[in-house]
Write a protein that binds this ligand. Sequence first.
Ligand SMILES: [Zn+2]
Length: 187
Amino acid sequence: METLKCIICGMNINDNNYKFNNSAFIDGNKNEYIRYCPFCGVNEVYLKENGETYNVELSLLNDNTIKILDHAMKLEVFNGDFYVEASKLVKDTALKKRFWDLSKIEYMHANIHKRLGSFKELPHLNKPDYTRYVTDKEFLKVAKQREEHAVAFYNKYSKQVSSTIVEKVLKALSKVEKEHIILVNTK
Ligand SMILES: [Zn+2]
């Protein structure tokens, strides 16, 4: 396959990595058809043979947009942390892998926001004790609520940002989270 660049997260997709995080997708990548960025999960529209990663001048972002990117980064780290813990605590092997792959995607989203907002590092958040959830079903229910919240967040705030590039990124990520709702709803 031709190397593709994801213009949302900036990663190059090739023969060695197109199957990464495959449990985080409904109909994952095949060598003859790359449907998603395996790193951030956006769909094929954003994968280009000679693409340039979306970037913004920090000076073009107003305070509200920087605040939104900061919140988005924290939201994604919070969800990434949740999926790491959930992947350890659930019993079903396939679900463990799915949650693990989802954590990687959410952390990549956090890194996208970090780059756009020129933040120095990802935040280290307090980690809640998730052992209060017991069954796999409970974890799936919480996962679904988080994904729904993420979609609502992106839909609301993509309308408020001062940059069309940031708006496009938030909308692209919203679609990824929408698919996650379906993924955590199937089992
Ligand atoms: Zn990507």
